[in-house]
Design a protein around this ligand. Structure first.
Ligand code: AMP
Ligand code: MG
Length: 313
């Protein structure tokens, strides 16, 4: 396994690797992705195997820009508006596949739809340009675990299973993209993220929030248990009880980790996964107690991840 610095030579080597049908972990503005040529069935199957991801959970396809959509998905009048406003950026659009779309069907988990976005990160941009193909890239963590926001997180999780990690430093946004379903007349958020429903509704009208898990897997990020550390997680804690790590926002006594000393939710989102990983240490703690996070703006997406981290054990 090599961690390579994401300089020009590192990016060129990663692109060669991807074009040869291999898997590379690379940084985006949200989290690190486990990338493979989305048009190569064998390469995509390696991603599912390395993550231990169930085949029914589809992958997000990363593209170099909105022009790629013409080859991949059915046209939709809302797409231009949204890509003008939010791409490159942490907004994933779910659209019906075009007949003849070159993306591997396993990427779509046979749903007949594709989730696609243009990442806003110089390394991801350079890599997509060098490969000149769409890259299927879920978060670079074992299925169900906390997403990685540094190359070292990826190494700790998948170092044994993966031979190439491109190190572009810590991810600045830190929460996975907002996933927006455009396959119905009313757009629907399948996974909340930093781009919220109000911002989206201002562009395209009504947007439903569908964050409650239903039996039907439209988006695996909706599964009740996801983003989970090994230690038990307790939410809305006023204080830690014996043995727990206390994770707070905006200061307070007896904190073991402060997601943002100034109470800034964007900063808290960017630090959240690193905090969960750092505190997820059974040699130091017996559980994680997390102070209340305001349920507004980016706090909605943070609380969504925290609820899933706390659930289903
Ligand atoms: P991750 O790969 O870990 O970032 O998770 C991928 C997310 O992409 C899932 O949680 C889904 O929300 C979403 N996704 C990918 N493909 C589709 C699709 N075809 N339809 C709906 N959601 C999708
Ligand atoms: Mg994930």
């Amino acid at each position: 396994m090599t961690i390579r610095l994401a300089d020009d030579a590192g990016i060129a080597a990663a692109a060669d690797h991807l074009r040869g049908g291999e898997v590379v972990a690379f940084p985006t503005e949200t989290v690190y992705g486990l990338g493979a040529d989305a048009t190569d069935d064998d390469a995509v199957s390696k991603v599912f195997a390395i993550k231990g991801r169930p085949a029914l959970n589809p992958l997000i396809v990363h593209v170099a820009g909105p022009d790629w959509l013409e080859q991949l998905v059915e046209p939709d009048s809302r797409v231009d508006i949204l890509t003008d406003a939010f791409w490159p950026g942490p907004l994933t659009l779910v659209l019906p596949r075009l007949p003849g779309c070159p993306v591997s069907k396993s990427v779509s988990a046979n749903l007949g739809t594709i989730a696609v976005r243009q990442p806003d990160h110089t390394v991801a941009t350079a890599l997509l340009a060098a490969v000149n193909r769409p890259l299927a890239a879920p978060s670079a963590n074992p299925s169900g675990h906390v997403s990685p926001t540094t190359a070292q997180h990826v190494e700790a999780d998948l170092g044994d299973a993966l031979d190439f990690i491109l190190d572009g430093g810590p991810c600045r946004s830190g929460l996975e993209s907002t996933v927006l379903d455009l396959t119905t007349d009313t757009a629907r958020i399948l996974r909340p993220g930093v781009i919220g429903s109000d911002e989206l509704a201002a562009m395209i009208g009504d947007v439903e929030n569908q964050t409650v898990s239903t039996g039907l897997v439209k988006a695996p990020g909706q599964l009740a248990k996801h983003y989970a550390p090994n230690l038990p997680v307790r939410l809305n804690a006023d204080t830690a009880v014996k043995g727990e790590a206390f994770i707070v926002l905006g200061g307070g006594p007896n904190a073991d980790f402060d997601l943002s000393p100034s109470g800034d939710l964007a900063e808290a989102a960017a630090t959240l996964f690193a905090a969960l990983r750092k505190m997820d240490d059974p040699s130091r703690f017996s559980g994680l107690a997390i102070a209340p996070i305001p349920d507004q703006g980016i706090g909605l997406a943070i609380n969504d991840r925290l609820r899933r981290a706390a659930r289903g054990r």
